[in-house]
Design a protein around this ligand. Structure first.
Ligand SMILES: CSC[C@H]1O[C@@H](n2cnc3c(O)ncnc32)[C@H](O)[C@@H]1O
Ligand SMILES: [Zn+2]
Length: 441
């Protein structure tokens, strides 16, 4: 008697992302009630299971859905609005004025729909989000069926979204209450950065994080200027100040972490804090190269993020895997720094670990959610294929993602996003481009 299951996906290679960097040739993943129930050789799976739906992936790698550990989803609507500037000039002359003029819950909802479609089609099944109007972002991720960890954003200056830190927090907490119990949505506390958040606000955030058991997601040590300014203003480096305020602990996700001393890497390791490494954004804003190989060697969890589409300008974790691997090699002059399997782990299991979700997502294991991404390695540009993990990092790209599932539900089939028509998404992008106004119209 064969066992009834909902879905059986049979692939040329199943890549579970386990401790031994295993690649399982001609294996199948069995899914029931949204979770993985077994991973077995395909010839055994056919006898063992009776599946409601079967999917054959004869030339594909099947891997855990990718995790984007830092993004500002709605910034898709500002993609390409201001390039070739360093961080503070980019924020102060272009991004913050545009946000002050245009940000609304409709902007965030529409921009997040667009971002979710882009991420899903690129194999990303979970993102760690930080932006204004988290309730609107939650609505968009829910509509797209995408797993998301949404930031209760706080910044100590007024915007059209909120007038004070208290208002940012109360609006974010209300969004968390409204979406409590949702199977795909969770929340973090997301103070923007040490240079935009006061000690008093950090103290409030730390007590909320402890009370509600929420991670803290924050930009840290992104530029050398940030550190100089902090030394002038507080007489402390930002991380020192955050440690004093109790922000640095095992639930901290520090984004960028470009400028770290060896002692600061040890501080992060000692507290069990994680880094969201955003190599493309760090290169494009000329922030620097994060010491990722050293952080990994000290046991710091390092996941990968895209940052927003206005500083990248893609929400593409395949690109971030490749950049993370290549930057680590060239900056250490060690070709073995961040090998392909490590880059893939950073984009999957380590991202899950940073979010405290390593028992639920990030690898293919019985009992975990069936968040899966299939990559077609049949085209001539990915042939021959001696090692699918090598190809995922150094050769293939998001354009090779064919199918994506979240909790066993198909979100992309045959490269087509299922939840929204492309024409509707393109219409939203056009409306906002007209509102923001192109330089060339
Ligand atoms: C308070 S919502 C998030 C806030 O962050 C801005 N932002 C986008 N990218 C970066 C970055 O790389 N460093 C610092 N701040 C960034 C975004 O525009 C929003 O204002
Ligand atoms: Zn960011």
């Amino acid at each position: 008697m064969s066992e009834p299951i909902d879905l059986l996906i049979s692939a040329r290679w199943v890549i579970p992302v386990d401790a031994g960097n295993t690649v399982l040739p001609r294996h199948s993943v069995a899914v029931r009630d949204g979770r993985i129930v077994d991973i077995v050789p395909t010839d055994i799976a056919r006898e063992r299971f009776h599946a409601h739906t079967e999917k054959q992936l004869p030339d594909h790698a099947l891997l855990p859905g990718l995790i984007n550990l830092h993004t500002h989803a709605a910034m898709t609507l500002m993609r390409g609005i201001a390039d070739d500037l360093p961080l503070m000039a980019w924020l102060q002359t272009a991004i913050w004025p545009t946000e002050a003029k245009h940000i609304s819950s409709a902007f965030v909802r529409d921009g997040t729909l667009l971002a979710a479609a882009e991420m899903l089609r690129g194999g990303i099944t979970t993102c760690n989000e930080m932006y204004f109007h988290p309730a609107a972002a939650a609505e968009a991720f829910d509509l797209m069926g995408m797993r998301s960890v949404i930031g209760i954003t706080t910044i100590d200056f007024p915007t059209p979204y909120a007038a004070s830190a208290d208002e940012y927090l109360s609006k974010g907490l209300a969004a968390r209450d409204a979406w409590r119990g949702h199977p795909l949505l969770r929340f973090t506390l997301a103070p923007h950065a040490p240079y935009t958040v006061s000690d008093t606000t950090f103290q409030r955030i730390v007590s909320l994080a402890n009370e509600l058991d929420l991670p803290i997601h924050i930009h840290i040590h992104e530029t050398a200027q940030e550190i100089e300014d902090s030394l002038k203003q507080y007489g402390e480096r930002p991380l020192e100040r955050l440690a004093r305020l109790g922000v640095v602990d095992s639930q901290l996700i520090g984004v960028h972490a470009v400028h770290l001393t060896p002692a600061e890497i040890q501080t992060l390791a000692r507290h069990g804090a994680a880094i969201a490494h955003c190599p493309t954004s760090n290169m494009k804003l000329a922030s620097g190269i994060a010491p990722v190989a050293a952080a990994l060697n000290h046991g710091v969890t390092v996941g990968l993020g895209t940052d927003g589409a206005a500083s990248n300008n893609r929400l593409d974790i395949f690109q971030e895997m490749r950049m993370a691997a290549l930057l680590a090699k060239v900056s250490t002059l060690d070709a073995a720094a961040v090998p392909a399997a490590t880059a893939l782990r950073m984009a999957t299991l380590d991202g899950a670990r940073a979010l405290g979700m390593e028992n639920e997502i990030g690898s293919l294991e019985s009992g975990k959610w069936a968040d899966l991404c299939a990559v077609d390695l049949s085209p001539f540009e990915t042939q021959p294929c001696f090692d699918p993990v090598s190809h995922l990092v150094y050769c293939a790209g998001r354009e090779h993602v064919s199918d994506v599932w979240i909790a066993g539900q198909a979100r992309v089939l045959g490269k087509q996003v299922l939840q929204k028509a492309d024409s509707e998404l393109l219409g939203l992008a056009r409306v906002w481009q007209n509102k923001l106004g192109s330089r060339f119209d």
